[in-house]
Design a protein around this ligand. Sequence first.
Ligand code: FES
Ligand code: FE2
Length: 415
Amino acid sequence: MKLHQLDNQISDLVERQVPGHSLEQMFYTDPDIFEHDMHRVVFNQWLLIDHESRIANRGDFFIVDVAGDEIIIVRENDDKINGFYNTCRHRGSKVCLNKEGNKKSFVCPYHAWCYNLDGSLRGAQLMGADFDKSTHGLHECHLNIYEGLIFICLADGSPPNFDEQVNRMQPFMDLHDLANAKVAHRYSWRLQCNWKLVIENFIECYHCLPSHPELSSVHSKAKYKAFGSGAASAMPEAMAEFEPELQAWRKQASSLGYTIDMWGDDENSGSLQGAQRLPINFAEGTLSETRDGKLASTLMGKFSACDGGTTAVSFNPLSTLLMPNDYAMIFRFTPISAEVCDVEIVWLVDKEAQEGIDYNKENLSWLWYQTTVQDGEITENNQAGVRSRRYKPGPYSQHEASNNTFLKWYLRLIG
Ligand code: FES
Ligand SMILES: [Fe+2]
């Protein structure tokens, strides 16, 4: 579709959008709108993609797929990690065909151009005396490390101010010290649904009681009624029910020095960030999100005692951390195409924790593996139903206030 036609069509759709309702069908299914989403929204975010302990040694690399573009993330040396588009500067072949591994250099499988770990072109056979290697290095993407976390940005021009964004999170991140964490486990899913449905599902807990028996058994039900979507102010009765539990936990957490006020951006922000600490289920003595309520691994960061709380930090809607006292999870939501989205959870533990002694993967991943499998099913069902010829945007509940904020943010950015 021609660009101006698409712009007109999007303006019409945005105009037609009923406030407080889910999106018009095309926003969830149309390949042209997907491309528009990427350029107007996703490529302008700092995407949290992994922890640097995944590539601990020089030459370690992995590939991440963002909207059909492969990015090679490679460690150049102790202090430097680089991100390159996986496309050769000769005639565009993929330079790297492996998903992860270790390489001294990247040799293109087509005509054997050879690239250094800093992306510069080391050698290109038979290109003549006047060929300038220095102008044919791999295309780089913006990349930053914060607290051991790897972020990339695929903006064509300047990315948003990274330090400004992450510094806001510092009081929450300080508690957990992810710079001294290591990857313990990971699971990835390729879901047949639009990226916005994945996010909409993740940010509301209207579905938690019916869809997540394990989550609802470990976490406080009163919390989910009051806070599931950050909608506390919209539901004073639910909040009143949760208040005693929250106050009891705050007392305990503040005596240990671990309480921090929560905050969240509104739809006028650039990246829709937010951070909060809440109890898991202190009233019933649950310490962590494990089957038996005991710790899943050694305490991380500043925690010398368990406060039964969990920290959520969202750098943008596609990049979230959930962190109890004893482990942390990266939730990565990466759009692939109009009706495909990757979801990955990376479990982090203290770098000194030993597998089989301090933690085991099954226990560590039990709750959020189950929960994310359930989320995958309900979200794919959601996408399948949205494809119906009879689909019409439906109203959000009071408990889906976050969805409303997310959609207003999205519509502002693409409109
Ligand atoms: S396309 Fe890579 S060397 Fe030719
Ligand atoms: Fe869910």
